[in-house]
Design a protein around this ligand. Structure first.
Ligand code: UFG
Length: 323
């Protein structure tokens, strides 16, 4: 199969690309290399294209035609919540505008299958009783431009299904971490595990943003999913697009199990043998106490289930950090 992967040179994209290559698919990577790196994609073809530019439609359609692309995995996006609050128009332009261009190119090239990287950020601060697992029927209510842009993309993709038969799977990622191979670690230091590893290896202690949440140890609970499991979910989604006529689906990608900030930091101490004595800081605005996925839909429909636990995630992140 010939698959075009946008954002394929990035942290998550490069894992997807490597798994596709391992199973023998032909891969075309589209990446603007703003955060992605050329040496992460092996032998895959690379088209350096900024999706949000006006001339991207023609270039993308040409790349799809040239490589006989049958499916698109759309991962490329800006993904920093704080940055999205400061630059909302840019986030909408990059994420929503980029997706609009990609859809136009797919229509032009006659490519009708798409997997889209969405996010649990679409849920915002869900109005459910504390401890409830979030299923896909919870009404999305994003609280920042990043989450809004992902939800707008989901709507646009769904509308394309109604309009001209695009078939899509939208994966709502929970907290992605770890590394499938030591050379494919997360190069950005924007999330808890890399932030804590950077602090500890620079002789500083990590901060815990609030320890007075309504959770057992008072710190926020998230659903950490190994990036290799997540990448595997993309392949399962692609296979599902080939065998099912469902026009539009959305699935959570998580483990169904939560870990508190304290538990993650304890695991980091265990995996690294570094001394971890975190300092407690103020709550970070916009953090829900608990965000854990209900994963029954993806398990029953795609037959996908995460296989790596928190220890495997942190061990692999640490190996990649030292790479
Ligand atoms: N945290 C700390 N100290 C730090 C960094 C983070 O205590 O130095 C805490 C946060 O307050 C939060 C938890 O660790 O409670 C996880 O924070 P991250 O910033 O790693 O991740 P978020 O849960 O805020 O968001 C991530 C992605 C989003 C995605 C979301 C889905 O960054 O894009 O997961 O669950 F939408």
């Amino acid at each position: 199969m010939s698959v075009l992967v946008t954002g394929g040179a990035g942290y998550i994209g490069s894992h997807v690309v490597r798994l596709l290559q391992e199973r023998g698919d032909q891969v075309v990577v589209v990446d603007d290399l703003s955060t992605g790196e050329r040496d992460r994609i092996g032998e895959a073809s690379l088209a350096v294209i900024d999706l949000a530019r006006d001339d991207s439609v023609e270039k993308l359609a040409a790349a799809m035609g040239e490589h006989g692309v049958q499916s698109v995995i759309h991962i490329a996006a800006k993904k920093q919540v704080g940055e999205s609050v400061k630059r909302p128009a840019w986030y909408y332009h990059q994420n929503v505008g980029g997706t609009a261009n990609l859809l136009q190119a797919m229509e032009q090239a006659g490519v009708s299958k798409m997997m889209f990287s969405s996010s649990a950020a679409t849920y915002g601060m869900p109005d459910v009783p504390e401890g409830t697992l979030l299923d896909e029927d919870v009404t999305p209510s994003p609280i920042n431009p990043y989450g809004e842009s992902k939800l707008a993309c989901e709507w646009m993709i769904r509308a394309a299904g109604t309009a001209y038969g695009l078939r899509s799977v939208n994966l709502r990622y929970f907290n992605v971490a770890g590394a499938g191979w030591p050379d494919l670690g997360d190069p950005g230091v924007f999330n808890l595990i890399p932030i804590a590893l950077q602090a500890l290896t620079s002789g500083r202690q990590p901060s815990v943003f609030g320890n007075d949440y309504p959770t057992p140890d008072g710190t926020c609970i998230r659903d950490y999913v190994h990036v290799l499991d997540l990448a595997d979910a993309h392949l399962a989604a692609l296979d599902y697009l080939d065998r099912d006529d469902q026009p539009y689906d959305v699935f959570n990608v998580g483990t169904g199990h939560g870990a508190s900030v304290t538990k993650v930091l304890d695991q980091i101490a265990g995996s690294t043998s570094l001394e971890v004595t975190p300092t407690v800081a103020e709550r970070r605005p916009g953090d829900p106490a608990t965000l854990v996925a209900d994963v029954s839909r993806i398990e029953s429909t795609l037959g996908w289930k995460a296989t790596n636990d928190l220890a495997a995630i942190v061990d692999s992140a640490w190996r990649a950090w030292q790479h």
